[in-house]
Design a protein around this ligand. Structure first.
Ligand code: UDP
Length: 460
């Protein structure tokens, strides 16, 4: 019998690659002998220094998963970079087809330009959507909003956008790449969104119990009023275990956590790229100090640009003494730890001393906290994180929010208040959040066989 294979194509960015690799591992677990998996990896943009050793580890531990690294391309624009890789995708699909029957190409949302290439070669194309059903609802509905609204979302300061299943969203909180209508990224994302329903189906890294309203709205066709919604498979939560284990075990924050009481520590971490101005960092420090709670805080190199809240290098060194308020370390030495750049987040969230999480609402972080049963304070920074925030706070009820002041800064008083609401033992808000997240955790851990439906379909 001819070798059967599934080809996966993640977008650049280590978070997207990790998530796609977790999907590959899930497929392998469900179909150990039947199908091999080839993962296409771009080269030259947002390459993390740990990428190659990570891919090597996966190849060694998973015999049916292999990687094809594209030739290097040097270009500064993310979407342009992906488009320039189209010939590599085509070439790879043709070469793989010489020895195997490709049962499906599974692409990241940002890799939509591969869809017509595969369709032309008569290969079924599925999306793997690395965010949740709420963000998917927003993206599926975006072509409808585009027709209703004129002007840039960024400028519509008094307009709310109504997306099926989500509370009204201020226009300026729409996903970041589509805030400016004149930005070429706007047109690109619009065409990606129009392509979602043209695929053979969408696999989503979520589970229905977490996002019931959005799952239902999508299933009822409310997000795609003009076209048929493709089949949707909720295959999550897929949680990455990508961190080099020896690095994680040795990290000083884990031994520090071992010394702290159960569920006493609030963990602050803002994704692989979230970064604040030095003024905002000082406010966070004062807010943590005022809260009186124990804290573990991951601080990245600051940047002073108010509209750009991310940096592109995730592990740059940081001069913490320079950044923190005078005397802060001395005053908080018995109950706080600040670490530079990076902490092993999954291990931290699953440590019994951690009782709350202040997060930038990146979807991997949301799922990781949910699976660990840790309630959240939602502080969105970039990408589709504001959409995730309203869903987490209003629909899933697993988080409370922090509000920025008119100067764009979250004040020390605001942070103090929210940390207390989350962590105080007599806080009714905290109690309710913990109860809800515990239920979500149980649902997340209940095994799902949705991916089998998908595999049965494509391998039949
Ligand atoms: N992460 C981590 N340590 C850090 C920062 C991030 O392990 O100090 C991991 C985190 O566990 C998650 C990923 O990086 O798996 C970030 O993904 P997410 O979708 O939350 O946010 P993004 O970085 O894509 O904005």
């Amino acid at each position: 019998m001819e070798n059967e294979t599934i080809v996966l194509y993640p977008s650049p960015g280590i978070g997207h690659v990790w998530s796609m690799v977790e999907l590959a591992k899930l497929i392998q677990r469900r179909q150990p002998d039947k199908v091999s998996i080839t993962i296409l990896i771009t080269n030259g943009f947002m390459d993390s220094p740990s990428l190659l050793s990570y891919l090597h580890r996966i190849t060694l531990s998973h015999s049916s998963i292999s990687f094809r690294r594209f030739p290097s391309i040097s270009v500064a624009d993310f979407l342009e970079f992906i488009r320039l890789n189209d010939p590599n995708v085509r070439q790879s699909l043709l070469e793989i087809s010489n020895t195997s029957s490709i049962k499906a190409l599974i692409i990241d949302f940002f890799c939509t330009s591969a869809l017509p290439i595969a369709a032309h070669l008569q290969i079924p194309v599925y999306y793997y959507f690395t965010s949740g059903a709420s963000a998917l609802a927003a993206y599926l509905y975006f072509p409808t909003i585009h027709k209703q609204v004129s002007g840039s979302f960024r400028d519509l300061t008094t307009t709310d956008i109504n997306i099926p299943s989500l509370p009204p969203l201020p226009a300026s909180h729409m996903p970041e790449p589509i805030l400016d209508r004149a930005d070429p990224a706007y047109e690109a994302i619009l065409s990606f969104c129009l392509s979602l329903p043209k695929s053979d189906g969408i696999l989503v890294n979520s589970f229905p119990e977490l996002e019931t309203a959005s799952v239902k709205a999508i299933a009822d066709g409310l997000c795609t009023p003009d076209v048929t919604t493709p089949p949707i498979y909720y295959v999550g939560p897929l949680i990455s275990t990508a961190i080099d284990e020896s690095e994680a075990i040795q990290h000083k924050c884990l031994s520090w956590l071992n010394e702290q009481p159960t569920k006493s520590v609030v963990f602050l971490c803002f994704g692989s790229r979230g970064s604040f101005s030095s003024a905002q960092l000082k406010e966070i420090a004062f807010g943590l100090e005022r809260s009186g709670h124990r804290f573990l805080w991951v601080v990245k190199q600051p940047q002073e640009n108010k509209t750009n809240k991310q940096i592109h290098e995730s592990k740059l060194s940081v001069d913490l003494d320079e950044l923190m308020p005078e005397g802060f370390f001395e005053r908080t030495k018995d109950r706080g730890l600040v670490v530079e750049s990076w902490a092993p987040q999954v291990e931290v969230l699953n440590h019994e001393s951690v009782g709350g999480f202040v997060t930038h609402c990146g979807w991997n972080s949301v799922l990781e906290a949910t699976v660990a049963g840790v309630p959240m304070v939602a502080w969105p920074l970039y990408a589709e994180q504001h959409v995730n925030r309203v869903a987490m706070v209003e629909n899933m009820k697993v988080a409370i929010t922090v509000e920025e002041g008119d100067d764009g800064i979250v004040s020390r008083f605001e942070l103090e208040k929210r940390v207390k609401e989350l962590m105080d033992s007599d806080s009714e808000i905290g109690r309710r959040l913990r109860e809800t997240i515990e239920k979500m955790k149980e649902s997340a851990l209940a095994s799902s066989t949705v991916v089998d439906d998908f595999l049965n379909l494509i391998l039949s």
